[in-house]
Design a protein around this ligand. Structure first.
Ligand SMILES: *Cc1c(COP(=O)(O)O)cnc(C)c1O
Length: 396
């Protein structure tokens, strides 16, 4: 059976060029990057070259990035690390209600330790309002953490505006750029951010490697204690193959990002148009324009998202509900909830996230399959009323 993967916001396949680049660091150059001998020094050199590539990609300086075990650790480090190091100044943090759980649950954890968190609301498109960020800032505020782009519906937040406000007010600003990196430009100076999280496996690199950018001069406390790795900020023997792989993936993304953004936007729009033509009562979630090029989040009235996903899976098509981390629970997505989406519609939400291996034929095939699946499910759904009957009802 043909297999079609449309879940790139959950994870991506590793580029073969990335794997090729990584392999020598398992088999030949396997030294510990902290060792003095040639095995170690070769690994050290490779790690530092990789660091330069990542630093260049986000427009940072050499000493400003720390390698972590992934996006989750980078988010935890940014939030808890800044909170602990600056708590004498204040214990107030501002974030949004649509963050990834790596951010939300780090904030919840800090709440138990006496920090106060403001969870900013979003509008129906999932956008935060920079004016509300400004209003929420107090003397006690030490950190603002807002995601660059949302993983569920792809909305891109007005980061540069928030960055300006944070800078004026002298509050540290962290962004989770895990979804935006490799899809749209991510530049720390333009965005005015002090901290930024990245993850390897969302950009065609390996799993278990990530980056936290920490602007020079930012007060932050380490979370992981041990040896003197990563300038005493993150102990643990460096994941050399992972670091090499991440850097290669980013190097490739840098070259392809512009063209891929255009190609994916076209494919994504083709999918939306075609679904819209074939299926009635479909709703688009997220901002119509300010959105990641690859992401399409839709609700099909009268049917459960989970049911559609299972049927698509049987046809070899992989999509997901809101996020990989909440699937498995039947809770509606916290993101759609914050956007004010009717809970019944939110239950029917499906995320299509396209990637570089997807073709036009695949997209057309998916739209065809989906049309059959949705009409079959609606046929057996007690909740679905056809448009005609609703119109009739209105007229009566
Ligand atoms: C995937 C993801 C993370 C977590 O990254 P991991 O490397 O999987 O730990 C954090 N934030 C966002 C927005 C994500 O999409």
């Amino acid at each position: 059976m043909k297999k079609i993967y449309l879940d790139h916001n959950a994870t991506t396949p590793v580029h073969s060029e990335v794997i090729k680049e990584m392999l020598p660091y398992y088999r030949d150059i396997y030294g510990n990057a902290s060792s003095f001998h040639q095995f170690g020094q070769q690994a050290r050199k490779a790690v530092e070259e990789a660091r330069e590539k990542v630093v260049d990609f986000i427009g940072a300086k050499s000493g400003e990035i720390i390698f972590t075990s992934g996006g989750t650790e980078a988010d935890n480090f940014a939030i808890k690390g800044v909170a602990y190091a600056n708590q004498t100044k204040g214990k107030h943090i501002i974030t949004s209600s649509i963050e990834h759980h790596a951010v939300l649950n780090s904030c919840k954890y800090l709440e138990k330790q006496g920090f106060r968190i403001t969870y900013l609301p979003v509008d129906k498109y999932g956008l935060i309002n920079p004016e509300e960020v400004k209003k929420a800032i107090e003397d006690e505020t030490i950190l603002i953490s807002i995601m660059h782009a949302n993983n569920e519906m792809g909305t891109i937040e007005p980061i540069a505006e928030v960055g300006k406000i944070a800078k004026e007010k002298g509050v540290y600003f962290h962004i989770d750029a895990v979804q935006s990196a490799g899809k749209i430009p991510v530049e720390v100076k333009e965005l005015n951010v002090d901290l930024l999280s990245l993850s390897g496996h969302k950009v065609y690199g390996p799993k278990g490697i990530g980056v936290l950018y920490i602007r020079k001069g930012t007060k932050i406390q380490p979370l992981i204690h041990g040896g003197h790795h990563e300038k005493n900020k993150r102990a643990g023997t460096e994941n050399v193959p992972g670091i090499i792989g991440l850097a290669k993936a980013i190097e490739i993304a840098r070259i392809t990002v512009k063209e891929e953004a255009i190609r994916l936007t076209n494919l994504r729009n083709r999918l939306w148009t075609s679904i819209n033509e074939k299926i009635e009562d479909v709703f688009l979630h997220g901002h119509p324009q300010e959105r990641l090029p690859n992401t399409l989040n839709l609700s099909f009235e009268g049917v459960e998202g989970e049911a559609i996903i299972l049927d698509l899976d049987m046809k070899g098509i992989a999509v997901s509900t809101g996020s990989a981390c909440t699937s498995g629970t039947l809770e509606p997505s916290h993101v759609l909830k914050a956007m004010g989406v009717n809970p019944r519609l939110a239950q029917g939400a499906i995320r299509f996230s396209l990637g570089e291996d997807n073709t036009q034929e695949e997209i057309d095939y998916v739209a065809d399959m989906l049309s059959g699946i949705v009409s079959r499910l609606r046929g057996i759904s007690p909740f679905y009323q056809k448009k005609e009957s609703k119109d009739l009802y209105k007229g009566a």
